[in-house]
Design a protein around this ligand. Structure first.
Ligand code: SF4
Length: 374
């Protein structure tokens, strides 16, 4: 078993770009945690081997108080053998880095913080309606280190409206100066039904052009590579020996189990499932012994396509020999038919096929052409 994922669907306030499953109404926090612990108990037989990673995501797991986090850890250790856990990550927001919370996380065995900094500029943070300010962003890493956290990963966002290229470079440099072992950077996308989309429709902001986004991505790639970070996945950069294990296991197609509303699970072979993305319905279904998840069985084509999709976003690419023979042949034919522009984006050796990191923004177009029909 690769890993356990815990989804905490609560946040202090709604970031303007976010379309994850979360609620800012804290009334259901206790019943959701109770149901999540019951789900852990009910599904304990699904894990046969000790997990190697544990990941608290959301939402904002750093919002939880001591009682709630202790309750979840008690349920996990009653249900599973946690003795082989190597990486225990908690997503934290800079404004939650109080001395008390940091000490609590450390005492529970959390050994890696994924900090949602996003930008060091107050104007950007205000635009995105983040709960923290530039000062929190600047101080949170040192606070984490003072509390004994050696492994820290920072999240940044590029493509932010009104942010200049000089400001983007300065954001990257400030992240480098904080010397985290790992950095993730995502492009701001405007999803429907978000506050950002509303602002866009009203003409209050405008999206950045694709050429500017590409420039920002290339600046990120070059600056972080020069600073010693390996660009090992489209959105992820790590110092040697500090690549993220939990997410890497997803990309390798290993088994994982997810608890909490909207959490996904995969048996490492064919079965994928996802929990209800509604807090009240999740509580009701778990407590009444009802259906709280949907599942699907992946076909051989689906599995091959997943390997292609995740592989083409990673520096290692995908392994043709791990695909069924007829799929490998099909994929090779598709590669041979690529037009010159897309062909120039990829590399291929005896077994592996990948995309050069500088071309990863074209990954979707390459994947569409290479994937096999299912
Ligand atoms: S803190 Fe994270 S999950 Fe919560 S609203 Fe902001 S981006 Fe979304």
């Amino acid at each position: 078993m690769a890993g356990i994922y815990i989804h905490i669907p609560f946040c202090k306030q709604a970031c303007s770009y976010c379309d994850f499953h979360f609620s800012t109404n804290q009334k259901l926090r206790k019943p959701v945690i109770d149901a999540l612990c019951l789900e852990i108990e009910m599904r304990q037989s699904e894990i046969c081997e000790p997990p190697s990673t544990l990941y608290f995501g959301g939402g904002s797991p750093s919002i939880l108080d001591s009682q709630q986090l202790n309750q979840i850890f008690r349920s996990l250790s009653n249900a599973f053998d946690l003795s082989e856990l190597k990486e225990v990550t908690l997503e934290s927001n800079p404004d939650d880095h109080s001395d008390e919370k940091l000490a609590l996380w450390k005492s529970l065995g959390i050994n890696r913080l994924s900090i949602g900094i996003q930008s060091f500029i107050d104007r950007d943070l205000k635009l995105m309606n983040r709960a923290h300010n530039a000062q929190d962003a600047q101080l949170c890493v040192q606070k984490a280190r003072d509390a004994g956290f050696e492994k820290v990963t920072l999240d940044l966002i590029y493509g932010i409206p009104n942010q200049t290229s000089v400001e983007w470079r300065s954001n990257i440099q400030r992240a480098i100066d904080l010397n985290p072992q790992h950095i993730s950077a995502y492009c701001l996308t405007v999803e429907e039904k978000t506050a950002l989309h509303h602002q866009l429709v009203k003409g209050e902001i405008s999206e950045k052009d694709d050429e500017i986004i590409e420039q920002e991505y290339l600046t990120l790639h070059h600056m972080l590579s020069k600073a010693g970070y390996e660009h090992y996945e489209i959105s992820n950069f790590g110092k040697p020996a500090h690549l993220a294990s939990h997410n890497a296991n997803y990309w390798k197609g290993l088994a994982y189990i997810g608890f909490g509303p909207s959490a996904h699970s995969f048996d490492g072979a064919q079965k994928r499932s996802w929990n209800i993305s509604n807090n009240a319905q999740y509580i009701k279904a778990v407590n009444s012994g009802g259906q709280f998840l949907d599942e699907e069985t992946l076909s051989a084509e689906d599995r091959s396509n997943e390997q292609i999709m995740t592989g083409l976003r990673r520096s290692k690419g995908f392994d043709l020999e791990q695909l069924p023979k007829e799929h490998a042949l099909w994929v090779q034919q598709n590669i041979n038919k690529l037009d010159d522009q897309l062909k120039a984006c990829i590399w291929q050796n005896e077994r592996h096929v990948g995309i050069h990191p500088e071309n990863w923004l074209l990954a979707d177009a390459v994947i569409r052409e290479i994937m096999i029909d299912s």
